[in-house]
Design a protein around this ligand. Structure first.
Ligand code: AMP
Length: 282
């Protein structure tokens, strides 16, 4: 039997919830109670370790664990040499500068100021690269409060909807420092061991991102219809009892469902049915 794979999973925060849901959908054993630190999935020969999101890149980078699910921002801040394996398509965010409304316009306005952040390495690397000299005030979280309490002049933080910063009276300015999302990470010697986990995770991503289109298409319009629904590789085209009609099946991005249904209908396709994918291996 091959070596047991050791995988790090975030134990709290926004990434934890989505990571656990993804592993569950991929058919792996997940913890049922937030106090559990280790879950042995003997059927799949994997042991899952629930760790602080911030520590995951360190455990994986040192080789103590083989793989991990974590945010790109946390990986960048950790200084770990863990490597990215695949984008997990959740936890999308940007790392941005923000200051009191109207006070900051451009990056050079940061010179000589105090910047509060929970991502000091990520910020330092960015400021160094841009040739900006500022004082970094390291905080554990909720950095948006630092400005009103006078601990810093501005902040650098993870932004999703932007509500948190807005509510604190802060306004985003300057360039996007990092576009982040959750990633599967590995270390140089464990990348190859990621393949089975990755295949299952990709199945979950496809099942979430795509729907199945089934429709009937006049034989004469099949080329046009195939352009509307090209599928991932190619649509499946089957005969029907009526030689003037063909039956078509193709994967379509969930976000394009209605525009594709309209386009097919306008073209002359009928009986257009859309179904969700329960599970997939592509
Ligand atoms: P927002 O939606 O911009 O109000 O985000 C709320 C807070 O949640 C932010 O200040 C972040 O600290 C945190 N947050 C949102 N999205 C993420 C994410 N993808 N990764 C880590 N933290 C996040």
């Amino acid at each position: 039997m091959s070596k047991m794979l050791k995988v790090a999973v975030p134990n709290k925060g926004i990434l934890s919830e989505f990571a656990v849901q993804m592993l569950d959908e991929a058919g792996y054993a997940v913890r049922k109670d937030s106090k559990t630190l280790r879950v042995l999935d003997s059927a799949n020969n994997i042991e899952f370790f629930y760790l602080r999101p911030r520590d995951i890149a360190t455990y994986v980078g040192t080789g103590a664990l083989d793989l991990g699910l974590t945010g790109l921002d946390l990986l960048a801040d950790s200084g770990s040499n863990a490597v990215k394996v695949a984008d997990l398509n959740f936890g999308n965010s940007t790392f941005r500068l923000a200051g009191e409304a109207g006070k900051f316009k451009q990056l050079s306005d940061v010179n000589g100021k105090r910047v509060a952040t929970s991502y000091p390495e990520l910020l330092k690397n960015f400021l160094d690269k841009e040739g900006i000299s500022a004082t970094i005030v390291k905080l554990d979280g909720a950095v948006e409060t630092a400005v009103s309490l006078g601990v810093a002049d501005l902040v650098a933080d993870v932004v999703s909807s932007g509500n948190t910063l807005r509510q604190a009276g802060l306004e985003i300015f300057g360039p996007v420092i990092l576009e982040s999302s959750a990633y599967l990470i590995a270390n140089a010697s464990s990348i190859d061991s990621a393949s089975s986990l990755l295949r299952r995770i990709n199945g979950v991503i496809v099942a979430r991102e795509y729907v199945i289109f089934d429709y009937d298409c006049p034989t004469t319009l099949i080329e046009e219809a195939s352009k509307v629904t090209p599928g991932i590789e190619s649509p499946t085209i089957s005969p029907t009892k009526d030689s003037e009609w063909l039956a078509v099946r193709a994967l379509v991005k969930r976000s394009e469902t209605n525009e594709k249904m309209d386009a097919l209908y306008e073209l002359g396709a009928r009986a257009i049915l859309v179904s969700a994918i329960h599970a997939a291996r592509i």
